[in-house]
Each structure stands twice: as structure tokens, then as C-alpha cells.
Design a protein around this ligand. Structure first.
Ligand SMILES: [Fe+2]
Length: 379
């Protein structure tokens, strides 16, 4: 918090708000409704929610008088028996237009094909025991999008308890979790022994799950190497290499589908996803779940070549991290950012069993903020 210097004068009352000089020496305007609604007494210390209901005021919020005493702004309201006291530091922190500071809004660090030795690794029992380790783990997920958890319990419960460290389990139309092994009647390419091209999961959902957990319970087959690439690294390079292609892929929503006997899921997504800063935050891509592109056929003259240029770029060795998962490891990665796939394997050569689940990105950010932030209501 900034050290406060007293304002040079008391607030100037206007029709719809007041103007006050803060420690930067400049006048700042605050709307009366905003000041009344955010009065510290408007919030319950027990629930930490706003207990004041501005809809129940009979008249518009207007200050009858306002003055600064020490480091506090005191407002006496007209037409209401109420006085509001704001610490000036609070007005400085939360009064500026724009979103309030978010500890989970961390800059992303792109990684490349040689990243495997440097992947952040965390031991599962340590994560369970230590909140500070959990905070470092989530920070790595926010910044790099890919982590490995080691020393996983060899049980179904092990995956659930690990995922719940991040937030609530996010079911998909496959249920609360999914098992990746060869199936007799596969409903998904993942359930065969064939190669699986780089993709993000369940793109046909309106909001595809945010964070994917893949717990390796057994892996003794020949082949089946895991392939991962950082969509942020590739899309940022694509932005530089092919600006027009980047524009098409980041601005044009395209249809995805997932269909079988009892479901018919459809969505529209842009292949490249941008965040509120205009930075690449991820990808939605899946060759096996891309629907018939229903764009204007003339637009496809440009879209398809750009899509293929980007798809080929994703496969470039410089971006592709290739390794063999070991039993007892759990890959945890941002499903909107990290594309994943696997090489083909020989089903008869041994066991390969992965169990997966998801947690949403918002849950992850929420848990991280709660772990590292002072919060608005904590002492
Ligand atoms: Fe997948």
C-alpha cells in the first residue's frame, strides 16, 4: 500500500459524485452510488458478501457533506441516517477504473520441445500436506501450463484427492473421470491403440474443461510416447510468421462436434484464443472433432490454408515435447493451452492405463488467489 500524504483539500461535492485529491496530488472523481454501495458497512464480515441492498434506497444517493479527517474520508448522506467512512488508501486501491488487481493474472512463459527436464515437478504427498507447495504448483500451471505430479497413490481416490486440491471436479459428458485404455468398441480415438494427433479435449463443449489431469497407472507397452506442445509458444510464433493467418484463426469461430448414440454436442470456438489483454491464452483444436467447416466457401480459400499452416507448425519438432509417462506420475495441464497427443502403441505388448479428470480454470485461479492473496476482507 502506498504511504498516504494528506489531500490538499476537502472533497468538492458535485451533483452525482464528489472530487477528492488523493496522494498522487491529482483530483479523482467518485460517483455517489458507488461510494454508498461500497461503504465498508455494506459488507457482512461473516459472509464477506454485500448485505446492503441499494435497490431499497428511496432516493438517489447524494452526499450532504463530506470531509477528510486524518486518512479517512467521511461522508454524511442526504435523506438517509447513515455515515460512510473510507480509508483513503482503500479509495486509491479500488477506485481506479479497470479490474482490481488479480494475483492469478500472471504473464505466461512459453516453452519448447526441449522442456521436459525443466517441467515443474511436485510430489503428491507434499502437495497434500503443504499449502505453500500447492501455491507454487498452481503458479507453475498459470505461468507454464504444464506440470508433473510424482509419487501418486496407485488408486482411483489418489487422482480425485489430487484434483480436488485445485478445485471441484468438473464432469464432462464422459462422467467425473475417464479411463484411457484400449476398448473393444471404442467411442473415441483415445480408446484405441492408434496414434492420437495433437489436440485439446472436448472442444465440442460450450466451455471445454480447463485443467486436465492424466494419471498414469500403468505403462509397459511398446510405443505410446506422450506428445505435448505449448499452444502459446506456437501461436505467438504463428502471429509473427503469419499475421493474416493468425487473424483468421483468432477471430473466426468454427464448429466442433462430438456425436454418438446418446449425445450430439456442438460448439463454435476460435482455434486461437486471446485473453483480455489480447495475448494468446490458448487453443481449441481437434482434427477428429472439427465439424464440417460451415464458413463461406470463398472465406475457406483463405481459412483452410491458414489452418493447415498452423496445424503443420504445431507438429514442428522445436515445439514438441516427447516422453514416456511412468506409472505413478500425473500430468496436469491447461486443456485450453497445451495440446496433447500420443504415438501409436502395440496393445498386446503390455499394459497402458491412464485415468483422467478435469477441473475448471476458474476453480484453479480461485484456489490460487485464496492461497496467496491478502484478500479484501482479511485483516
Ligand atoms: Fe485428450
Amino acid at each position: 500500500m502506498n504511504l498516504m500524504t494528506p489531500p490538499v483539500s476537502n472533497p468538492v461535492l458535485k451533483d452525482k459524485g464528489l472530487e477528492i485529491v488523493l496522494s498522487d496530488g491529482k483530483p479523482h472523481y467518485f460517483n455517489y452510488y458507488w461510494l454508498r454501495d461500497n461503504c465498508p458497512t455494506s459488507f457482512s464480515s461473516a459472509t464477506r458478501e454485500r448485505s446492503f441492498d441499494i435497490f431499497h434506497l428511496d432516493a438517489a444517493s447524494v452526499a450532504a457533506s463530506a470531509e477528510v479527517t486524518g486518512d479517512t474520508l467521511e461522508i454524511v448522506w442526504a435523506g438517509e441516517d447513515h455515515v460512510t467512512r473510507f480509508p483513503l488508501a482503500w479509495l486509491e486501491t479500488y477506485g481506479a477504473a479497470g479490474p482490481r488487481p488479480d494475483p492469478a493474472d500472471l504473464p505466461r512463459e512459453a516453452w519448447y520441445g526441449d522442456h521436459y527436464p525443466d517441467v515443474p515437478r511436485f510430489s503428491q504427498p507434499e502437495l497434500m500436506a503443504d499449502p505453500a507447495t500447492r501455491a507454487r504448483w498452481i503458479e507453475a500451471l498459470l505461468v507454464e501450463g504444464f506440470t508433473i505430479i510424482t509419487d501418486m497413490p496407485d488408486s482411483d481416490a489418489g487422482l480425485t484427492e489430487t484434483a480436488e486440491l485445485l478445485g471441484k471436479i468438473r464432469p464432462t459428458f464422459f462422467g467425473d473421470y475417464f479411463d484411457v485404455k484400449t476398448h473393444i468398441n471404442p467411442t473415441n480415438t483415445a480408446y484405441t491403440a492408434a496414434a492420437l494427433e495433437l489436440h485439446t479435449d472436448t472442444p465440442a463443449e460450450e466451455n471445454a474443461p480447463g485443467v486436465q489431469f492424466l494419471h498414469c497407472r500403468a505403462n509397459t507397452v511398446d510405443g505410446g510416447e506422450s506428445l505435448y506442445a505449448d499452444g502459446v509458444a506456437v501461436a505467438n510464433a504463428f502471429r509473427h510468421r503469419d499475421p493474416e493467418g493468425f487473424r483468421l484463426l483468432s477471430e473466426t469461430p468454427v464448429p466442433f462436434f462430438c456425436e454418438h448414440d446418446t449425445y450430439d454436442m456442438r460448439s463454435r470456438q476460435t482455434v486461437i484464443e486471446l485473453d483480455q489483454h489480447g495475448e494468446v491464452s490458448g487453443l481449441t483444436i481437434s482434427q477428429h472433432m472439427l465439424d464440417f467447416l460451415d464458413l463461406d466457401q470463398a472465406l475457406l480459400d483463405d481459412y483452410y490454408p491458414a489452418f493447415c499452416r498452423f496445424g503443420k507448425m504445431l507438429q514442428e519438432e522445436q515445439y514438441m515435447m516427447t516422453f514416456l509417462m511412468k506409472a505413478g506420475e500425473c500430468m496436469v495441464f491447461d486443456n485450453h493451452r497445451i495440446v496433447h497427443g500420443r504415438a501409436a502403441y502395440t496393445a498386446e505388448s503390455g499394459d497402458r492405463y491412464l485415468r483422467g479428470t478435469y477441473v475448471d480454470r476458474a476453480e484453479m485461479r480461485s484456489t490460487y488467489r485464496a492461497l496467496v492473496s491478502e484478500g479484501r476482507f482479511k485483516a
